[in-house]
Design a protein around this ligand. Structure first.
Ligand code: GCO
Ligand code: MG
Length: 408
């Protein structure tokens, strides 16, 4: 069996999804997602200029050797752009493998370990009243877990993932007015004074059974993060995400020494080498990698298995920048993984998105039910794809009030 060609498409409804389609001499094709939010053209160029010309003629069934060929063969290894490109190839090869076997991917991993996978939604509010409304609307839809982000009084911009105006649920992270980022202002002292009480109010609002998550988005210093994790212990968070930037992993010891609040990290990791020490030293409770920029199913599965040895559960990244293709790849891992925790789920479930990526995966009552179709169980409608093209956009950057650049 041989790979005869591959194409890359960029675009989608409100998103620059990077979709890879690999064709074979047996008429079977596979799909992969290489979307690297706000840098989408870069994995696409790597695929087009280097990886696809090398792929042609290879046997698509040898997904492990193909992964090793690109990763080890590159000499300058890893990084988010390369790993997103390898990730898309790997997903597409697993899709082909599943279609050849006539089995959904989770069966090739070892079958189902659960009926449905719990997901969490994003509740946001410009203020606490707005946030509580947003949380309630998700609970009414059947969600059992909600990430909560709230505007902070007296902060010129509201803070991470918080709308300027009262609204709920929208994706306001990417600004599609061009590649120059908007600037948000941050003040850790104001955040630390306000957020523990705000989270306690959310707990009172929802009662004991709802899982509450919160994302600090890398903004605190280690000592501040330790104090915050300790202060929010009575809230009983399901997890506290990215309390500090992940570059200084030793700093997580300080958080551990002061608090039992569960810590979730990993959405910016690209490989097992970014997190093996964190996992082996049991400094985190949830690993947040994404199949897209952690090198696809082959490499992510390795991370999941290492995490499982250390009581660490999965909580794969599922920001709206992931297309339904990588979300399906994660759904198959979620169905199988003995150490599954939760899945972030934010695919904009619009009619336009469903038309571009038809599938019978189902998300209802806060649970994701994986499809039994062979392979990934997602298709890609090329006629629909002609409606979209790349639109330049950017994340904000963050500065302190005196102008110092901070962590977005
Ligand atoms: C999350 C993340 C995202 C990131 C985004 C950056 O927990 O979902 O923090 O929202 O900000 O993926 O592109
Ligand atoms: Mg996050």
């Amino acid at each position: 069996m041989k790979i005869t060609g591959a194409e890359v498409f960029i675009g989608g409804p409100g998103k620059n999804y990077v979709t890879l389609k690999i064709m074979t001499d047996q008429g079977i094709y596979g799909l992969g997602d290489a979307t690297l939010n706000n840098r989408e053209t870069l994995p696409a160029a790597y695929l087009q200029d280097y990886l696809i010309p090398n792929l042609i003629g290879m046997d698509p069934r040898n997904s492990e050797d193909i992964w090793q060929f690109f990763y080890r063969g590159a000499y300058f290894r890893g990084g988010p752009i390369a790993m997103a490109a390898y990730g898309a190839i790997d997903m597409a090869l697993w899709d082909i493998k599943g279609k050849l076997a006539g089995l959904p991917l989770y069966q090739l991993f070892g079958g189902k370990s659960r009926d449905g996978a719990m997901v969490y939604a994003h509740a946001t509010g410009a203020d606490l009243a707005d946030l509580k409304d947003s949380v309630s609307s998700y609970l009414e839809q059947g969600y059992k877990a909600v990430r909560v982000q709230c505007g902070i009084p007296d902060m010129p911009n509201a803070g991470y993932a918080v709308p300027d105006e009262k609204s709920a649920g929208a994706d306001y992270i990417t600004d599609f007015s061009g590649i120059r980022p908007k600037v948000e202002i941050w003040d850790s002292d104001k955040y630390l004074r306000f957020m523990p009480d705000a989270l306690a109010e959310v707990r009172n609002h929802v009662g004991p059974n709802v899982k509450i998550l919160h994302d600090v988005h890398h903004r605190l210093l280690p000592r501040e993060a330790a104090a915050f994790a300790k202060a929010v212990e009575p809230v009983g968070l399901y997890w506290l995400e990215d309390p500090t930037p992940a570059e200084d992993q030793e700093s997580l010891r300080l958080i551990r020494q002061h608090s039992t609040t569960p810590i979730a990290i990993g959405e910016v990791f690209n490989s097992i080498w970014d997190c093996n020490k964190l996992i082996e030293n049991e400094l985190i409770d949830f690993i947040r990698v994404a199949v897209t920029y952690a090198g696809g199913i082959t490499h992510t599965k390795r991370i999941v298995e290492l995490a499982g040895l250390h009581h660490i559960r999965t909580g794969f990244h599922g920001a709206p920048s992931h297309s339904p293709i990588s979300m399906a790849a994660q759904a198959h891992l979620n169905a199988w993984a003995p150490n599954f925790g939760i899945q972030e789920y934010l695919v904009l479930g619009s009619a336009a998105c469903d038309a571009l990526f038809p599938s019978d995966h189902v998300m209802e009552n806060g649970m994701f039910q994986v499809s039994d179709a062979p392979g990934l169980g997602v298709d890609f409608d090329e006629t629909e794809a002609k409606r979209y093209s790349y639109i330049a956009g950017s994340h904000p950057v963050v500065r302190l009030q005196d102008g110092t650049l901070w962590n977005y």
